[in-house]
Every structure is written in structure tokens, then in C-alpha cells.
Design a protein around this ligand. Structure first.
Ligand SMILES: Cc1cc2nc3c(=O)[nH]c(=O)nc-3n(C[C@H](O)[C@H](O)[C@H](O)COP(=O)(O)O)c2cc1C
Length: 328
């Protein structure tokens, strides 16, 4: 971490985590690409690749949840990300759970959240991204359901959010693994998932559909979920979302991200790699070039970063890009 970010982080960490996040996003929007280019990754040749029929300039993406509402695409591009996943978007706007709902666990380099999909709604998010998107940007839209939609009607929500964002999406991610929307994780069971993906993949009409799974699935559940994804023609998997597991001394209700998630994220990646040939996006506890490299060598086609950005700063992306194996 550079001295500049160390100072900025000290200031940001004095604020409530959600306020600090909102401030950082506003700065990213306002200062935009100029700011990002200073710490951002230069284009590194030899890192481009094709995954699920899409051309990625490099394999490092922004994970869902950081920019839920599509605020700062020019900033993410200038930082060097090879792709950006916006959302989770819900079809209708909703406020999410009441605060406090984000916590830092600095000793563990972890974040806890119980946000529950606060969203400006799919149409609004799409119109922001449309304003900013350039040729060559790879944009993923992470889809969710509104809190008050029963599980039996979940597919209608996913399809409505997809319809509203299709003009800006290069791929979709079906989020069935957030722990903060009651019942959502039940959609990972084989019967629900096959039916849900049947609707979403059909509605996507050829745009690749990834499925984001939980790190808390047991071996059998993971196998069933992967089989459902394959039989429904999902394009790939995003592994993993936040966990309900806790290191000692960490206590809150919601999902944990960051460094403590890394061992389980590696394990799920290895298990999934053994079970399927589908492209895998690995996410969870990537906060160094070594960790990103290990995931790519461990069978991931792409990686995503969230909590690492908060603890290591935006310069992390350039560091990762400089240290990746070329032509992998
Ligand atoms: C505050 C916060 C909000 C998140 N929101 C979402 C979300 O809306 N949708 C989603 O699929 N994942 C969401 N995630 C999960 C991340 O995309 C990622 O899967 C997880 O944090 C593990 O990666 P990390 O250890 O690099 O943070 C969120 C994570 C955090 C910390």
C-alpha cells in the first residue's frame, strides 16, 4: 500500500463504513478517470482473453456490491479493471435493511455487511451505465429479487431486472447467494435453480448468464447446484459470495468478506474445477498479486476484488496486473 492511500485510509476509517463508502464513490464519480489514471494499471499486453465468448482486456474485475447503482464506470476503467460487475440490481427500487449494516474488522482485513440489496432499481442503473459505457468495456449486471417478492415468483423479478438492463449488459450474474435477503439462498437448491435459470437463460437470449454461489454450501449441495447450472446452460459460475462463517471474536448478523474468506474461496474453486468445465470467476479474499495469481493458476478464468480494495487501496489493481502470468 502506498503512503498516499495509507493517509487516506486513516481518514476514511474514522468514518462510519457505509458513509466512507458513499464518499469514496462520490469522489470516484467526481474526480473520475483523471484520479484513477494516477494509481491505475497501464494496459499490460498479453493479459487479454476470451471467456464465455466475451473479450476481456485483462482478467481482473470489480466484484458486485461495490458500485451497486452504476455510478463510476469511467473510474473503474481508468483504474485498470478488465471488467466491472454492477448491482445487485432489483427490478424495483428498494432501501435495503436499516442501518447500521456495514462493519469493518480491521484486525482480520474483513468487512461484514447486512445491506439487503439497497438498489436504485434496474432502469435507473441501466440509464447511468448507458451514459458512461464505451466500446471495449465489459459490463456485468448482477441480478436479484426485491425483498417483498415471494420465492415462488422470484423468476419474474430476475427477468424484469434483466429486461431493464439488457442494453448495457455484456453478461448477467444470477445472485442466489446473498445471505441478507431472507430465503434467497434456497434458490441454490437443484429444483429451484433449474427452474429459475430456465427462465433467465431464455430471457437473456444468448447473453451469457453466470451464477453466483455461496461459500457455505456443503459438498453435495455445491455439486447439485453446479449440475443445475450446467443443465440450464449457464455460461459460468462466480465463486463465492460472502460467508456466514466467522473468525473468533467477530460477531454480527450478515455476510463476511475479505481475507478470512480466502481459504474457503480457494477450496470451492478447486472443488468446482474438479466438477465442471464451465468458466469460473473466483472472488473472496483476493488482496494481493500472489492471491490473484493463485486463483488463475488454480482454474479460474477471471477474478474479482472487493474488500481488498478497501484495505489495500486502488493501487492494488495495478500491482495485480503487473504480476500476472501472461497468456494464461
Ligand atoms: C459491503 C458489501 C456489499 C456486497 N454486495 C453484494 C451484492 O450486492 N451482490 C453480490 O453478488 N455480492 C455482493 N457482495 C459480495 C462481493 O461481491 C464478494 O463476493 C465478496 O465480498 C467476497 O469478495 P471479497 O473478499 O474480495 O470482498 C458484497 C460484499 C460487500 C463487502
Amino acid at each position: 500500500m502506498g503512503i498516499g492511500y495509507a493517509c487516506l485510509r486513516a481518514l476514511l476509517f474514522r468514518l462510519d463504513p457505509e458513509k466512507a463508502h458513499a464518499l469514496a464513490l462520490r469522489a470516484a464519480r467526481a474526480g473520475g478517470s483523471g484520479l484513477a489514471r494516477i494509481v491505475g494499471g497501464r494496459e499490460v499486453p498479453g493479459l487479454d482473453r476470451e471467456v464465455a465468448g466475451l473479450r476481456f482486456g485483462n482478467p481482473v474485475g470489480l466484484a458486485a456490491g461495490y458500485d451497486k447503482n452504476g455510478i463510476a464506470l469511467p473510474f473503474w476503467r481508468a483504474l485498470g479493471f478488465g471488467f466491472v460487475e454492477f448491482g445487485t440490481v432489483t427490478p424495483r427500487p428498494q432501501p435495503g435493511n436499516p442501518p447500521p449494516r456495514v462493519w469493518r474488522f480491521g484486525k482480520h482485513k474483513a468487512i461484514g455487511n447486512a445491506l439487503g440489496f439497497p438498489s436504485d432499481g434496474a432502469s435507473m442503473v441501466a440509464s447511468r451505465i448507458r451514459r458512461d459505457k464505451l466500446r471495449g468495456d465489459v459490463v456485468g449486471i448482477n441480478l436479484g429479487k426485491n425483498k417483498d417478492t415471494p420465492l415462488t415468483r422470484a423468476a419474474e423479478d430476475y427477468v424484469a431486472a434483466l429486461d431493464a438492463t439488457r442494453s448495457v449488459a455484456d453478461y448477467f450474474t444470477v445472485n442466489v447467494s446473498s445471505p441478507n435477503t431472507p430465503g434467497l439462498r434456497d434458490l441454490q437448491t437443484k429444483a429451484y435453480l433449474e427452474e429459475l435459470l430456465g427462465h433467465v437463460v431464455a430471457a437473456a437470449a444468448g447473453t451469457p448468464v453466470f451464477v453466483k454461489l455461496s461459500p457455505d454450501l456443503e459438498e453435495r449441495q455445491l455439486k447439485d447446484a453446479i449440475e443445475a447450472c450446467a443443465s440450464a446452460h449457464a455460461a459460468g459460475l462466480v465463486l463465492v459470495n460472502t460467508t456466514l462463517a466467522r473468525p473468533e471474536g467477530v460477531c454480527f448478523e450478515g455476510g463476511l468478506s475479505g481475507r478470512p474468506l480466502a481459504p474457503r474461496a480457494r477450496e470451492v474453486l478447486a472443488e468446482a474445477r474438479r466438477l465442471t468445465k464451465l468458466p469460473l470467476i473466483s472472488v473472496g479474499g483476493i488482496d494481493s498479486p500472489e492471491e490473484a495469481r493463485a486463483r488463475l493458476l488454480g482454474g479460474a478464468s477471471l477474478v474479482q476484488v472487493y474488500t481488498g480494495l478497501i484495505y489495500e487501496g486502488p493501487g492494488l489493481i495495478a500491482r495485480i496486473l503487473r504480476n500476472l502470468p501472461k497468456g494464461a
